[in-house]
Write a protein that binds this ligand. Structure first.
Ligand SMILES: Nc1ncnc2c1ncn2[C@@H]1O[C@H](COP(=O)(O)OP(=O)(O)OP(=O)(O)O)[C@@H](O)[C@H]1O
Ligand SMILES: [Mg+2]
Length: 334
């Protein structure tokens, strides 16, 4: 694998860089420019774990953008998605939707927070699993374990599918459509990963409504939103009760847990080598899944910002010419 330490990581935009009159917001990982009924979502190299931003991983934003774009191209027959174009290596021009206030998590193995709940005798998002299951054991069938979308600084909370409907977060018929869609997307993801020798262990989807139509938003099957294990090592490591070989953010979560951090209080100082190790895994996930070599853009921070601002000004002048902000949209891909 190639060294990544030399790359200058991209921290995102400062509010001061944002042109006047442009609406701008920041998630933990993404910076978002609002352009009428579309968004320009710029994925920074920020990494979060346990819902906290913890540092920068070189190339991460480019990997996530290109991998999500690759997957969106492969699921359009299952559900409409938000991606219109990828104008720069780390940005996606998307259809804005009303994102539903639920993270739709699908799990095929008992690991992570689901394992921690199970071990503590708690149901997993309202589902009581059979006794005697072991760490990283495959579930009989993939489970939907939604969680609430918490605001910045807060932790997402697992809820049951019944609660999603009872609390009025999503209407019953729409929730049923979401369940079916999420399971179909997961099945597609599992099959493609399996062809590449990876297990898609679990993942998180965000859905929204766009003109009343269910639409897949945010990202899909990336190492930020999913766990990937090496299929060839799974059985032996599982039988021995050892951790799996993996290509995802779990490497950082594990490092943090080994240093006593589970999301509360002050996080420990994380050495640069840890972020480089994460970068290697992200690049490797991209290359294994897509069977393509990852080609970094080579943009430094300034160049990355300028390219985004240039595209943005193009969008603005288009909409000014129309005299109607956001009316001149590229056709939405399926
Ligand atoms: N098509 C879309 N329309 C509207 N919002 C979107 C769309 N796609 C993604 N988003 C939102 O953009 C944000 C992406 O930013 P990021 O991934 O950094 O956020 P996050 O920190 O994971 O989540 P949040 O800020 O919601 O806690 C998320 O809030 C996501 O719900
Ligand atoms: Mg996110």
């Amino acid at each position: 694998m190639r060294p990544t330490a030399a790359a200058e990581p991209f921290p995102g935009f400062d509010a001061a860089d944002v042109p006047r009159g442009v609406a701008f917001s920041r998630g933990k990982v993404r910076d978002i420019f609002h352009c009428g009924d579309t968004l320009l979502i710029v994925t920074s190299d920020r990494i979060s774990a346990f819902d906290r931003i913890l540092g920068l991983v070189p190339h991460k934003g480019e990997v996530l953008t290109q991998l999500s774009s690759w997957w969106f191209d492969r699921v359009g027959d299952i559900v409409a998605h938000h991606l219109l174009a990828t104008p720069t290596a780390r940005s996606m021009h998307v259809q804005r939707c009303d994102v539903l206030p639920v993270e739709v998590v699908v799990r095929a193995y008992l690991t992570g927070s689901a394992w921690r709940d199970y071990q503590a005798g708690r149901p997993v998002s309202g589902i009581t699993l059979p006794g005697g299951m072991r760490w990283n054991e495959q579930l009989r069938r993939p489970l939907l374990t939604p969680s609430t979308k918490a605001g910045q600084g807060a932790h997402d909370r697992p809820i049951s599918c019944a609660e999603v409907v009872e609390l009025g977060l999503v209407a019953p018929r729409l929730w049923q459509q979401i369940e079916e869609t999420a399971l179909a997307l997961f099945e597609r993801g599992r099959r493609i990963c399996a062809e590449r020798g990876l297990i898609l262990v679990d993942t998180k989807y965000e859905f929204g409504l766009c003109d009343g139509r269910l639409t897949l938003a945010d990202e899909i099957h990336t190492p930020d939103s999913s766990r990937f294990w090496f299929a060839g090592h799974y059985r032996e490591l599982f039988e021995r009760g050892q951790g799996q070989r993996k290509l995802d953010k779990e490497y950082l979560r594990q490092w943090l847990m080994d240093h006593g951090f589970l999301g509360d209080g002050e996080p420990p100082a994380i050495p640069a080598e840890v972020f480089d190790q994460v970068a290697q895994r992200y690049i490797s996930a991209y290359e294994t899944i897509t069977s393509k070599q990852f080609a970094a853009s080579g943009d430094n921070v300034e160049a990355a910002r300028q390219k985004v601002l240039l595209y943005l000004s193009g969008l603005q002048s288009e909409s000014n010419e129309e005299g109607n902000v956001g009316s001149d949209q590229p056709p939405r891909r399926q």
